[in-house]
Every structure is written in C-alpha cells, then in structure tokens.
Design a protein around this ligand. Structure first.
Ligand SMILES: O=P(O)(O)OC[C@H]1O[C@H](OP(=O)(O)O)[C@H](O)[C@@H]1O
Ligand SMILES: Nc1ccnc(=O)[nH]1
Length: 505
C-alpha cells in the first residue's frame, strides 16, 4: 500500500500506522513492515505501532531513528508491505536454548540491529540470552569483527598507536582524563574512544562532554589525534562500531554488562581506531563487575587472547575496585577532581596512583620507559605540567575551552550531607549503592549531580561528622537520592546500627 511519509522526532525505531491502514496491510502491533521510498527505491524495515489518532489514514509516521536509515523527507510517497520476520530472530532463539553463533549468524544479528530491523525487545532478548548462556572466544571474535565492520575504521601511518580502556564497574573511575594526556604528552598517539555510562553513574564520554564535544566522525578523530597526539571521544558518536553503542544503550537500564559483549565492545573500539598496543584496567572487588582476583585473571587472559586474534598487543592491570576511585562521583564533580590533579593540586591517592600505574604500563609497553620505571615517568608528566598542557590541547582541538580550570564545574544547588550515625572507622563502602544514589540524584544527565565521599575505608569518623554529600540540580531528585541513602547505608562505620527488627505483633 502507498502512503505519505511524515516524520516524528523520537529516536526509537518505529513506524506509526493508522489502524485502518494497518488492517489493510495486514499487520498488528509489533509486526514488521518494509518501507520503500518510491523516489529512491531505497527499502528498510521497521516495527509497527498502531494508532487511531496520532497518524491519519493515508499517512505513515516514521521516527527519526527509522528515517535515519530511510533518508526520506516529509511528504515523500512510500510503499509499505508486511515483512517476514528477520532470520536473526531464529539465531537469537538458538542462543536462548544454549546454542553457539556462527560468524554468519553474528553478522546477520549485527546487521539487523544496525539497520533497525530488530526491535528493542529483540535486542534485549539477544543481550539477555548471551548474558545467561555466554559467548565463547570464537563467538566473541566474530562479534568484535562484525561490530567493527558495522562502522568506519581508522589507520594511522605512524606507529605505535596506543590505547587504554577500563572494563568499568567501579564508581568515580575518571582516570582516562589523566591517562590519555599523560600518554599523549610523552609523544605517543592515543585516539581514545569511550562509552557513556553502562553500569555506572558517568562514563568517560559523559565526563569528557563537560569539557568539549565528543561526537566526531572517524576522519575527524584521525586528524585531531595526528595534531594533538590524543583525543577522548565518544565511541558511539558517529560511525565507530555503532552496533556497540546500541548494545550499551539496552544494557544501561538493566545495569548489566554481558561478558562476551563487553569483551567485543572494548576490543572493537580498539580495532576500529587502529590501535596496536593497549592496556586494559580490570577493577575487581565487591560491587564491581569482577568479584575477585581469580576471575580478574581469567578475564585478563580472555582480553589478551582476543587481542592476539585481532593483532593488538594487550596487557591488563587488575586493580582494586572495592571502593570508589578518588572521592567524587558524577560528571562535574569527577571532571573537577581529575583536572585539579593535572593542575598539580593534592588529590586522592587512589586516583593519582591508579592513573600513573596504567599510563606507566603503556609507556613501558611502547619502550618510552624502561621496565619498572613507567609509573614514575607518568607521574613526572603530571608534576612538570606536561599532562595538563596536553589535556588543554585535547580540549581545544575537540572544540572546548582551553582555559578551563578545575574550579569551573558547578555542583547542583540542592545538597544533603549524610552524617555518621556513630563514632568509628569506616569499614566498607557499597559501590552499587553509591552508583545508584548518584544516578537517582541525576547523574550523568545532570552534570551537577553526584556525590562527594568525605570518608573512605580505614578513615575514622566521629558521630555527626559528614560521611558523604549528595548534590542534585533538582529538589525532587535530591529527595529521592536522600531516601535511597537512608535505606541502603552506602558507607558502613564499624558498630553502626543497620536495622531494628521487631516482632509484628
Ligand atoms: O559505566 P561502567 O560500566 O562503570 O563503565 C563504563 C565506562 O568504562 C569505560 O571507561 P574508559 O573509556 O576506559 O575510561 C567505558 O568507555 C565507559 O566510559
Ligand atoms: N561494555 C563495555 C565496558 C567498558 N567499556 C566499554 O566500552 N564497553
């Protein structure tokens, strides 16, 4: 049936059909149709949503998410036909039943995902099936290569091309804002692509966005890296492994990072930007993605094996993730904390030591520093102000303000101080509770939202002294975050009364 195209500004891939037209085409809610733009003969597929009022008879309203693939204009004539179910759904079902994906099946899933043929519930089913039944190394390699093939690739003529990545999972992990300028200031190329928050309250792409734009094409990333030595950009921005970003989008609300997808997500971004030397941070501990050192070693071997298969030299650093890195969680708070260290101010040991350790490994891997001297050399780049200067160059080349200072990042005006309920040493911190409070307060969308930890494990606190301060840009968000802090006890002080339980009678 031929209809007239209208476009609605929502991102979810969908086509809205009037119920009378839908009946004539023979489709029900959630069924798929093919849409052919008569003028260009270009055909795509999309899931249907049926309406009596939003779209009148004779019109088909597609979301921006769908129109990106169709490339249509309001008023175009389009032909709509009921489509058969994509074959990738059968492959997803195979994984639900514990089967193994072939390269062709992986390619079909990634292609259907990238071209919006799969609906959000089907993508979620794919991630969930892989989360539960896992992917073996062949399947991970297929996925990585298909993710790369779904977008553009960069090659540099100068070698080495260095990279770093963290598997995430530990709150406050802003080290990329220090590691990249350290490495670039040592004269190495580092085209760093990051995801937004996956399980956390602020991913590196979210943090960097407070300093400069992060969405660039592959050729812009190449040119900027060649000029400044490094960049910190959003991997899902344009066309660097776009299928990876779709997976991350559907993982975020579930607060999961499926193992096979995580390996592919990280390594696809490395392969796409042409890096040959990579250090990967694996934070371990309670409330992180990896519970202990033994599991950290297994993951490290998987990343190294995958790197070998892709021609990337990988070293992993298993790091302590049992409590936050630094003391701030949330976009502006983290950016400010990272910049203040680059500016030479005193800062949290956990942040400085971890950053120079990771940067040091990269310096040693590339021969810039001798064995065992990398972290001192990395620290020197901070102390001599070279890392700060490089970070400002990176900010400038990405279109941010090169005069920015650590004090330029406002926190939300709504604040609440959580006091210690008793005297004692802080014995532990619940990462997941802190992440959840920061997300509830508005992070990463509200840049001023988040929290500051006054006390970390091993530190003494007196009753009534602040344990943490919560910041929000909106009063209602602060109220909800405070309610959460009251029930989850994110910072545990020894001897603290956690709960009173009495008989119901
Ligand atoms: O939200 P969770 O799952 O904690 O972690 C995701 C973060 O971890 C990685 O950090 P980086 O790019 O190595 O700095 C990703 O790119 C992303 O920013
Ligand atoms: N799944 C992922 C974990 C960490 N970083 C990523 O880019 N992707």
């Amino acid at each position: 049936m031929n209809l007239i195209l209208d476009i609605i500004d929502i991102s979810t891939p969908v086509i809205l059909l009037n119920d009378i037209d839908a009946r004539q085409i023979g489709v029900l809610e959630g069924d798929r149709v093919t849409i052919t733009r008569i003028k260009s003969k270009h055909t795509i597929a999309a899931p249907v949503s049926i309406t009596k009022t939003l779209t009148s008879q004779g019109t088909a309203t597609v979301s921006l998410g769908t129109n990106n693939a169709l490339d249509g204009e309001k008023g175009d004539e389009i032909e709509i036909r009921a489509a058969s179910r994509p074959s990738s759904i059968a492959f997803i079902r195979k994984k639900m039943d514990g089967g193994k994906f072939t390269r062709e099946e992986t390619a079909a899933i990634i292609s259907d995902m990238s071209s919006n043929v799969l609906s959000p519930s089907e993508i979620t089913a794919y991630i969930t099936a892989a989360y539960i039944n896992g992917l073996d190394m062949d399947e991970v390699e297929f996925l990585t290569r298909e993710m790369v093939a779904s977008g553009e690739q960069i090659t540099f003529s100068k070698k080495p091309v260095v990279d770093k990545h963290s598997i995430g999972g530990v709150p406050g992990n802003k080290i990329t804002l220090l590691v990249v300028p350290i490495i670039a200031s040592a004269g190495l190329l580092i085209p760093k692509t990051s995801s937004r928050a996956i399980t956390g309250a602020g991913g590196t792409a979210d943090l960097m966005e407070a300093l400069a734009p992060v969405a660039f094409s592959a050729s812009e990333i190449k040119t900027m890296t060649e000029k400044a030595g490094g960049v910190i950009v959003w991997g899902g921005s344009t066309n660097i492994a776009p299928a990876d970003d779709m997976i991350v989008t559907y993982e975020y609300p579930l607060k999961i990072d499926a193992r096979g997808q995580m390996l592919a997500s990280i390594m696809a971004k490395k392969l796409a930007v042409g890096s040959d030397t990579c250090v990967i941070d694996i934070p371990i501990g309670p409330g992180t993605k990896i519970p202990d050192e033994a599991e950290g070693r297994i993951l490290a071997n998987e990343l190294i094996t995958l790197g070998n298969r892709l021609g990337i030299r990988v070293e992993c650093a298993v790091t302590f993730g049992g409590s936050p890195i630094g003391r701030n969680i949330g976009v502006n708070l983290e950016v400010s904390e990272a910049l203040s260290i680059l500016e030479g101010k005193r800062g949290a040991n956990s942040l400085v030591q971890k950053s120079v350790a990771i940067a040091g490994i990269a310096l040693e891997m590339t021969g810039k520093s001798g064995s065992g001297t990398g972290s001192d050399a990395a620290y020197d780049q901070i102390k001599k102000g070279k890392a700060l200067k490089k970070m400002l160059d990176i900010i400038e080349i990405q279109g941010g303000d090169p005069k920015v200072k650590s004090t330029d990042f406002p926190v939300g005006e709504h604040t609440f101080v959580v006091p210690a309920a008793s005297d004692g040493y802080v014995v532990s911190i619940k990462n997941q509770a802190l992440i959840s409070i920061a997300r509830t307060a508005g992070s990463p969308v509200d840049h001023g939202a988040g929290l500051h930890l006054h006390k970390k494990p091993g530190e003494y606190v007196k009753r009534g002294e602040p344990l943490l301060t919560i910041y929000a840009e909106r009063g209602w968000r602060l109220t909800r975050a405070v309610e959460e802090a009251r029930t989850t006890y994110p910072v545990l002080v020894e001897g603290m009364l956690l709960e009173r339980i009495s008989s119901n009678r």
